[in-house]
Design a protein around this ligand. Structure first.
Ligand SMILES: NC(=O)c1ccc[n+]([C@@H]2O[C@H](COP(=O)([O-])OP(=O)(O)OC[C@H]3O[C@@H](n4cnc5c(N)ncnc54)[C@H](O)[C@@H]3O)[C@@H](O)[C@H]2O)c1
Ligand SMILES: N[C@H](CO)Cc1c[nH]c[nH+]1
Ligand SMILES: [Zn+2]
Length: 439
């Protein structure tokens, strides 16, 4: 018997129970924060030596030098060449779709632009790639070749000349697909280092691991906390927490499909969150029955069970409209609209990392190969942030070229405001460029 909670929005204690489901334990966080601070300080002070120590302690991987933890380009290529043909083909197909999506994204919002006023003044925005980025690929509990593609390809499309990958390889077990994905995606250097020590090495630089300008990619609580701490020293994409899925169902999708979609995120982590929102109580019962029946056959059933019992919920709503409102409050990482009429509900949905429309759009297709990025805001942060994208690997500089005629228009405005702020030099810098009235 699975101890998975059902909540009813009509119950008087629904609000309290709902908040409990979304609650995140602050006690655990404090412990992790302290440990991460110590790791960051050690790597900052002792560089490679500290990276080697933590890699031995947390990943059970001994090495005399960090250089021995670097994966050469030849090793990445050999991993790709050694893949079974169907894996090599799937990797290439996924990479091509992810690349094509991000190339369109760059065209849509990642190009420089400018215009001229009538007096000849030029205004615009120059978009440039970052010089060097670090991509974190998780590897503690599972290996994620797809995360290599999702991080490295947008960086490459943005034009980043140096992409440095870090990935833990517990006990030194290298996943050939991860290495092959790094080859396919065009990673420039890769190190088998993970956790907070990898984030620290990328943020501060060590004798062997180069310091980067920005660190992207998901990871566990140690990685997330480390990224939060080094922000400012380097850029970061987001603080991604454990995976989440919210299925908003009208009862028309086969219950087994929905049960498996809920499993698909629960199997990532005991702390992952899977929620079903549905106005049809009989259908919720069918999904529960499917969950009970399918769970014993899942290789990662223990992780799925812990996740569903700890953080999962089946929520019975008054209507689909109410389900949409609750979904907006949760702002999930992945939102499946498993409905006969997904376009009826989509306009009501404002906050989600990615929205999957219709019964055939399983979230797992998005994880691997649909094209959009799978690194997405979690823990409600989709209220204010966006999927990882080409724009994360670019920055923008404003361009201003004021013509002589333009200086006559802007000068008096600037001078007036500058005198108002008591900033004489600002005012006079503008006034010096005004033509004298007598001329
Ligand atoms: N949002 C996404 O796109 C996405 C993609 C894939 C995975 N994920 C999530 O990323 C997470 C991956 O976590 P993971 O653990 O499998 O891999 P991970 O690479 O994030 O973490 C492994 C590292 O954690 C460190 N660590 C483990 N225990 C420690 C301890 N007690 N003290 C200090 N450091 C410790 C070790 O250094 C180890 O190398 C999961 O939550 C998964 O859901 C998210
Ligand atoms: N669902 C994860 C993001 O939460 C991404 C992933 C990678 N592999 C499988 N799934
Ligand atoms: Zn997934």
């Amino acid at each position: 018997m699975l101890n998975l909670r059902t909540l009813h929005t009509t119950d008087s204690d629904f609000e309290a129970a709902f908040r409990q489901v979304l609650h995140w334990s602050a006690d655990t966080d404090a412990e992790i924060e302290k440990r991460v601070e110590d790791i960051l300080a050690a790597v900052r002070e002792r560089g490679d030596a500290a990276v080697l120590e933590f890699t031995a302690r947390f990943d059970h991987l001994q090495a005399a030098l960090v250089a021995a933890l670097e994966l050469t380009r030849d090793e990445l290529k050999a991993a790709f060449d050694g893949l079974p043909p169907e894996q090599a083909q799937a990797l290439n197909q996924a990479a091509a779709r992810v690349r094509s999506y991000h190339e369109r994204q760059k065209k849509a919002c990642g190009e420089s632009w400018s215009y001229r006023d009538e007096d000849g003044t030029l205004l615009g925005q120059k978009v440039t790639p970052l010089d060097r980025v670090g991509i974190y690929v998780p590897g503690g509990k599972a290996a994620y070749p797809s995360s290599v593609l999702m991080n490295a390809i947008p960086a490459q499309v943005a034009g980043v000349p140096e992409i440095i990958m870090v990935v833990p390889t517990p006990r030194g077990e290298k996943n050939p697909l991860v290495l092959a994905a790094a080859y396919v995606a065009g990673v420039h250097r890769a190190f088998t280092v993970g956790g907070a020590q990898a984030v620290a090495a990328l943020a501060y630089g060590t004798a062997t691991i180069p310091r980067v300008d920005k660190i992207t990619g998901p990871g566990n609580a140690y990685v997330a906390s480390a990224k939060k701490h080094v922000f400012g020293q380097v850029g970061i994409d987001m603080i991604a927490g454990p995976s989440e899925i919210l299925v908003l169902a009208d009862g028309s999708t086969p219950p087994d499909w929905v049960a498996m979609d809920l499993f698909s995120q629960a199997e990532h982590d005991e702390l992952a969150q899977s929620i079903l929102l549905c106005p049809d109580l009989a259908y919720i019962g069918q999904v529960r029955e499917a969950i009970e029946r399918l769970l014993p056959g899942m290789p990662r059933r223990d992780v799925i069970r812990a996740s569903l019992e700890g953080r999962g919920a089946l929520i019975h709503t008054r209507s689909m409209e109410e389900a949409c409102e609750i979904s907006n409050r949760i702002a999930p990482e992945h939102l499946e609209v498993s409905s006969r009429d997904p376009h009826r509900w989509e306009p009501l949905l404002r906050h989600a990392g990615a929205i999957f429309l219709g019964a055939f759009t399983s979230e797992s297709l998005g994880d691997y190969c649909a094209g959009p990025n799978h690194v997405l805001p979690t823990s409600g942060t989709a209220r204010f942030s966006s999927p990882l994208g080409v724009y994360d690997f670019q920055k923008r500089s404003s361009l201003i070229e004021v013509s002589e005629a333009g200086a006559q228009v802007l000068g008096p405005i600037a001078a007036t405001l500058a005198y108002g702020e008591g900033l004489q030099a600002h005012a006079q810098a503008a006034e010096f460029r005004l033509k004298r009235a007598s001329e």
